[in-house]
Design a binder for this molecule. Structure first.
Ligand code: NAP
Length: 308
């Protein structure tokens, strides 16, 4: 165990964590960021980001994250590329463990984000990465001129379906209801796209392949009718689960998300703060995560001042 007690440890390296790092390092809190093996969060799986203010022509997700990372490093943030395996918030200083190191901190900012939900049906695990994907922007390129399936009726599914039409010959949206959850503008764009078809009231019951996806068994939930649809790729876009398994026994959660007090980033343990998609089930935007990261660093700074 290192005897060095950090003023601030940040767990997770998406826009929330990196903004907390920029603010924390500029406040001389010498943040240590444990960035995880999948550093950078969900924006690493995105191509064009056109709604992050300040980038008139848009910016690629990974480039935006690299810029934030360098900005935080410039003011003294240190990085550890490892996953946190456990925490102990019952003692002071707090303990944060990775597989081979134990760190101590007076304050902790949690910004571990959220992960894609899966269908949990036969074939899905085996074919993930072999035709089944949770990220159209990462993998769409590999499916040129193929017929693709996408599951979900939310904004993510519509956005990904539209994106996939750049490559695919046809995209079929499989949705379990006859009404989309997506915003009206995204719905309209998808419905107007001649390359997108919809299978309403339908669920995929099995993904079929032989080391590579060949198609899917689809069931109409109203009639019970089953069909086998050929497809070169299937994209699962049914939402996300917050990455809070590490904190279940240590912090109060709300529907799986970390609970924060009022408009602050304070968790149920004083000195532990949380920001970004691990808290926010509503907005889930890079810019809102970054805003919360700023709040978390400011909340931590004030809290630390009160302790000295
Ligand atoms: P979401 O809004 O929760 O939608 C998930 C979709 O998947 C729903 O249509 C849901 O069906 C379906 N679904 C869930 N579990 C399923 C299952 N086991 N089997 C089959 N279908 C299932 O998630 P999201 O689309 O990822 O969006 C999350 C948030 O991010 C939303 O607030 C969204 O507005 C926002 N977002 C915005 C943009 C944008 O503005 N450009 C882009 C992406 C995301 P039901 O409809 O029947 O529940």
């Amino acid at each position: 165990m290192s005897d060095d007690v950090r003023e601030m440890i940040i767990i997770g390296s998406g826009p929330a964590g990196l903004t907390a790092a920029v603010y924390g390092s500029r406040a001389d809190l010498r943040p240590l960021m444990i960035e995880g093996f999948e550093a950078g969060g969900q924006l690493m799986l995105t191509t064009d980001v056109e709604n992050y203010p300040g980038f008139i022509d848009g910016i690629m997700g990974p480039e935006l994250m690299e810029r934030m990372r360098k900005q935080a490093a410039r003011f003294g943030t240190e990085y550890v590329t490892d996953d946190v395996t456990s925490v102990d918030f019952s003692q002071r200083p707090f303990i944060v463990r990775t597989s081979d190191e134990t760190y101590k901190a007076r304050s902790v900012v949690i910004s571990t984000g959220a992960s894609a939900k899966m269908l949990n049906i036969p074939g899905e695990k085996e074919l993930l990465g072999h035709g089944v994907s949770t990220c159209a922007t990462c993998d769409g390129f590999f499916f040129r001129d193929q017929e693709l399936l996408i599951v979900g009726g939310g904004d993510s599914a519509m956005e990904e379906a539209i994106f996939l039409t750049k490559f695919a010959s046809k995209v079929t949206v499989v949705h379990r209801r006859d009404e989309l959850r997506a915003s009206k503008i995204m719905q309209q764009r998808a419905l107007d796209n001649p390359k997108i078809e919809f299978l309403w009231n339908s669920v995929i019951t099995e993904l079929v392949g032989d080391g590579k996806l060949r198609g899917a068994k689809i069931q109409n939930v109203k009639t019970g009718a089953e069909s086998l649809v050929e497809a070169g790729g299937a994209f699962v876009a049914i939402g996300h689960t917050p990455n809070t398994a590490l904190f279940e026994d240590h912090l109060e959660l709300d529907g799986g998300y970390i609970k924060t007090a009022g408009q602050t980033t304070e968790t149920s343990v004083p000195g532990v703060f949380a920001a970004g998609d691990v808290v926010d089930y509503r907005y889930r935007q890079a810019i809102t995560a970054a805003g919360m990261g700023c709040e978390a660093a400011m909340d931590a700074e004030r809290w630390l001042e009160g302790q000295h």
